[in-house]
Design a protein around this ligand. Structure first.
Ligand SMILES: Nc1ncnc2c1ncn2[C@@H]1O[C@H](COP(=O)(O)OP(=O)(O)OP(=O)(O)O)[C@@H](O)[C@H]1O
Ligand SMILES: [Mg+2]
Length: 273
């Protein structure tokens, strides 16, 4: 479990970026963190994995305070995908890149080999590629594979689908969802894309100026237009349309649900209002 307890954070010579933030994320949850540019989302992500330490208050991972826990112990528990994959990639071939984290953890060589080959297959990567000459989408996949190969309990994804085309985006998100469902991987995902959030997250935290403006099930937040406006994000289209159609459409979030509700409304006669 991840817990923020009255976290206060400021960078050197800045006003408080996070004045007083408290929330918890339980094991196996899939949480989206949304908010305007500069709201503090990346700062929160880095506080969550001990890359940054609170100025006051506590960040606890399974009860252990990040200020007194070794970075290596945190890294074993929490995988982190940077907003920019090039901040992550440091080896000359994809195979070496994938093996790197496992070697640092002291995983036996045979197992490193087996898990590397498995990850190459899972992520459709070629072990001989030179990572920096690949496309943005491929570099993102390489970075994500090198995080997940370490089998963390929790993964923090800072804008995981930036620069990816639709197919690449779906492939990555479906893979993460499968791990969430099948292995209980806890996910904290920063995103501006409400279509993505609505499709994949279970719960949404809304951050503005380092403060929580909203925290609730994805279905609730997706239909709270005043909160989404405060977060400067564009609502997902189907729930926003369903809101306009009124109470009979209150459970509509997806294209399929909208199609079914429209058909039902047409059968009964009369426009959806
Ligand atoms: N290293 C730093 N030193 C000083 N100020 C910083 C630093 N990193 C971020 N900030 C400031 O902290 C605030 C929050 O930044 P942060 O990157 O956490 O926001 P964000 O919500 O991730 O934004 P974005 O949507 O643009 O990625 C911003 O005002 C930013 O300018
Ligand atoms: Mg950011």
């Amino acid at each position: 479990m991840l817990a923020f307890e009255h976290v206060h954070f400021e960078y050197p010579e800045t006003p408080p970026i996070i004045p007083d933030l408290s929330f918890t994320i339980g094991d196996g949850d899939f949480v989206a963190l949304i908010g305007s540019n500069g709201a503090g989302k990346s700062t929160v992500s880095r506080l969550a994995n001990g890359l940054l330490l609170p100025t006051s208050g506590k960040v606890l991972l399974d009860g252990a305070d990040t200020r007194t826990t070794r970075t290596s112990a945190i890294a074993r528990k929490v995988g982190f995908l940077f907003q920019n994959p090039d901040r992550q990639i440091c080896q000359n071939t994809v195979r070496e890149e994938l093996a790197f984290g496992l070697k640092v953890q002291g995983v036996p060589e045979e197992e490193v080999k087996a898990r590397t080959e498995e990850a190459l297959r899972d992520f459709s990567l070629d072990g001989d590629w030179f990572p920096f000459t690949r496309s943005r989408g491929e570099r993102q996949r390489i970075a994500l594979a090198s995080v997940l190969i370490c089998r963390p309990k929790m993964v923090i994804l800072d804008e995981p689908t930036t620069g990816l085309d639709y197919k690449e985006c779906i492939a990555i998100m479906d893979y993460i969802t499968r791990l969430n469902r099948e292995t209980g991987l806890t996910v904290l995902m920063v995103s501006h894309d409400m279509e993505l959030v609505q499709q994949y997250a279970k719960r949404v935290l809304v951050l503005t100026n380092g403060q929580l403006q909203g925290d609730g099930p994805v279905t609730e937040i997706m239909k709270d237009l005043s909160i989404l406006e405060k977060a400067h994000v564009r609502p997902a289209q189907i729930p926003a349309l369903a809101l306009r159609f009124g109470d009979r459409f209150k459970d509509v979030y997806t294209v399929d649900e909208m199609a079914a509700a429209l058909k039902a409304a047409a059968k009964k006669g009369g426009a959806p209002a």
